[in-house]
Ligand binder design. Structure first.
Ligand code: GDP
Ligand code: IMO
Ligand code: MG
Length: 428
């Protein structure tokens, strides 16, 4: 039963897309289990860059089936556009993508509400991607969502959408927004993609069980990262789904014993896009330097990412919540030119040393990172494919990270290209 989950272990954008693509060379099925078009997963193959938002990053290799689980909220228009973009670049998608009938449709009213609410929140805004994610999950939880399988019954679909439109317009009015949504337009949007979606509609849970029973390699792709998890992240500055391991089980309809390995992806430093706490954030020239070296601009919104040192308090927390069995450290090459590199291994709070991530946001606010300083290696790691060929100080840095985390580093990524990776003998 070879199954592997890839989970972001910081605030998203750790390089999950690159890793999932790399692992997909041996996968029979790649499944997304949560999130939606808020994700931006970058894959670079022979100089061509693909940014996947809703389609699993396994799509670039020709063989894996690509599956979207019930835990995803799917924007039909965005999905079709993404699919066309792939086809235009020579990536075959026909017959390869399956979508759970239980996945919820993310419709225009969700996007309107997301954006208008952020405007109302002003300075206190979350800094969402504006893709409608929060409102779509709200509908799911309040049991008025429209699911992919609802496309089968046009009459009922219209009734559901009409009821929702009435409520959405009342909400818009109550928050002082002048925006309004229209039933006909939303129904037309849903129906435009009806045939395409019904062709892909499937019982994803069953599909995955069948693949696992046949001993096939199944790769599960997380979106966002642990610190954006709606339960375990820096609430309320989070996304609206469980980005942690529980999201993989609930979002696909599989049990815990079907999971063999959980790989936590971490950048060799830390980034965050959007608002909310970031304990090791570097403001000023040091942060800007990391941003420029790492080209840290959002793959979905183009916003500059906030940058800081590696925070092992955060990544150890990910290990606890997700039960990580291995680590992937990405973007090591971004640190190549630095004279000194810092690792935060604990926080100082009112004279006390905290080694576990505080669950109370008021405590977190009063925390200062405690750093260990390591010497930089100041030579290029780009394109190195063997661990022993890394500069000794780069190895010392990685070994310290592995030691602090008490988790084996199984892959080290040293560049954007698919083959710029050190595989320490691990895969399916
Ligand atoms: P994801 O959301 O976790 O898939 O990550 P994103 O694609 O949003 O952001 C990661 C960015 O870093 C992308 O631009 C990748 O091309 C790039 N990247 C991934 N791995 C590496 C690496 O090892 N080195 C460098 N320099 N860039 C990388
Ligand atoms: P990938 O999969 C980084 C952030 C947004 C905002 C918060 C809530 O590429 O790692 P939302 O639109 O989800 O309601 O926004 O979450 N966010 C991400 N940050 N990477 C992502 O995805 C993100 N998806 C959402 O910036 O702070
Ligand atoms: Mg991203």
């Amino acid at each position: 039963m070879p199954s592997l989950v890839v989970i972001g272990s910081q605030w998203g954008d750790e390089g999950k897309g690159k890793i999932v693509d790399y692992l997909a060379s041996k996968a029979d099925l790649v499944a997304r289990f949560q999130g939606g078009a808020n994700a931006g997963h970058t894959v670079v193959v022979e100089g061509t860059q693909f940014i996947l938002h809703q389609i699993p990053s396994g799509i670039i290799f020709p063989q894996p089936a690509c599956v979207i689980g019930n835990g995803v909220v799917i924007d039909p228009g965005g999905f079709s556009e993404e699919r066309r973009g792939l086809e235009d670049s020579g990536i075959a998608t026909a017959g390869r993508i399956k979508i759970s009938g239980k996945a919820h449709l993310l419709l225009d009213y969700h996007k309107v509400l997301d954006r208008e609410r952020e405007i109302t929140l002003g300075k206190g805004k979350i800094g969402t991607t504006g893709r409608g994610i929060g409102p779509a999950y709200e509908d799911k939880i309040s049991r008025c969502g429209v699911r992919v399988m609802d496309l089968k019954h046009t009459g009922k679909l219209r009734e559901k959408i009409a009821a929702n439109v009435g409520l959405k317009n009342k909400t818009l009015e109550s928050i002082g927004s002048k925006a309004r949504v229209d039933v006909d337009q939303i129904v037309a949007e849903a129906l435009e993609h009806r045939d395409e979606f019904l062709e892909m509609e499937a019982d994803v849970s069953l599909l995955i069980h069948e693949q696992l029973a046949q001993g096939r390699n199944v790769l599960l792709e997380g979106a966002q990262g642990l610190m954006l998890d709606v339960d375990h992240g820096t609430y309320p500055f989070v996304t609206s789904s469980n980005t942690s391991i529980g999201g993989a089980l609930a979002g696909l309809g599989i049990g815990p014993k079907t999971i063999d390995n959980v790989l936590g992806v971490v950048k060799a430093y830390t980034t965050r896009v959007g608002n909310g706490p970031l304990p090791t954030e570097l403001t000023g020239p040091d942060g800007e330097r990391l941003r420029e070296l790492g080209a840290e601009y959002g793959a979905t919104t183009g916003r500059p990412r906030r940058c800081g040192w590696f925070d092992a308090v955060v990544t150890r927390y990910s290990q606890r919540i997700n039960g990580l069995t291995g680590l992937v450290v990405t973007k090591l090459d971004v640190l190549d030119t630095l004279e000194e590199i810092k690792i935060c291994n604990a926080y100082s709070y009112k004279g006390r040393t905290l080694t576990e991530f505080p669950h109370d946001p008021d405590v977190l606010e009063g925390c200062e990172p405690i750093y260990e300083t390591m010497q930089g290696w100041q030579s290029s790691t780009n394109g190195v494919t063997e661990y022993d060929k890394l500069p000794p100080r780069a190895r010392a840095y990685l070994e310290r990270v592995g030691e602090i985390m008490d988790c084996p580093i199984q892959f080290v990524s040293v560049g954007v290209q698919r083959d710029e990776i050190i595989n320490r003998g691990y895969g399916f």
